[in-house]
Design a protein around this ligand. Structure first.
Ligand SMILES: [Zn+2]
Ligand SMILES: [Zn+2]
Length: 157
């Protein structure tokens, strides 16, 4: 099992609408191949070294292992991580945490009232848990590179 096997597997995954794969290695694995699998980000690779084992583990065991990889909650994006930024508020109220997904680009805002994370369909974000409203802002009106977030309405207590 060498690097070329992993590269071939990555190429196969890239043709599929998935962002992660489990690679079963039934033979010895070279250190290079192990490293290649460990460094793969999109798609992510989970390497199972089963040298000497005859049985395939049930697929459901691996699903549990894969799902916590990404923190992004946007639909069809399980593997992305949110790049959290802290936005200091001009009005002196507590800073708001928000950030974009490194995979799908969707923004997520952490609700200041209830702490839940809500992803943004548009520039207006409504917390589904408490109803608080937020708005993504940009100093460049034509850009969707948001550089700020403000709270537009309070959630219920
Ligand atoms: Zn995402
Ligand atoms: Zn909330």
């Amino acid at each position: 099992m060498a690097v070329t096997h992993i590269d071939k597997f990555v190429g196969m995954l890239l043709d599929l609408p998935v962002d992660s794969g489990v690679f079963y290695a039934f033979g010895p694995v070279t250190p290079g191949a192990r490293q290649r699998a460990a460094n793969a980000r999109h798609p992510k690779i989970s390497m199972k070294e089963l040298a000497g084992e005859a049985l395939f583990p049930p697929w459901s065991d691996n699903l549990e292992e894969i799902s916590p990889w990404g923190t992004c909650r946007a639909p069809n994006c399980r593997a992305g991580e949110i790049w959290w930024q802290t936005f200091v508020q001009d009005d002196g109220t507590d800073a708001i945490e928000a950030g974009s997904c490194d995979y799908c680009g969707t923004w997520t805002v952490k609700c200041r009232d209830c702490g839940e994370e809500e992803y943004a369909f548009s520039t207006d974000v409504t917390c589904m848990t408490c109803g608080a409203g937020y708005e993504l802002t940009s100093s460049d009106y034509q850009s969707n590179n948001w550089d700020g977030v403000v709270q537009t309405s309070k959630g219920h207590d």
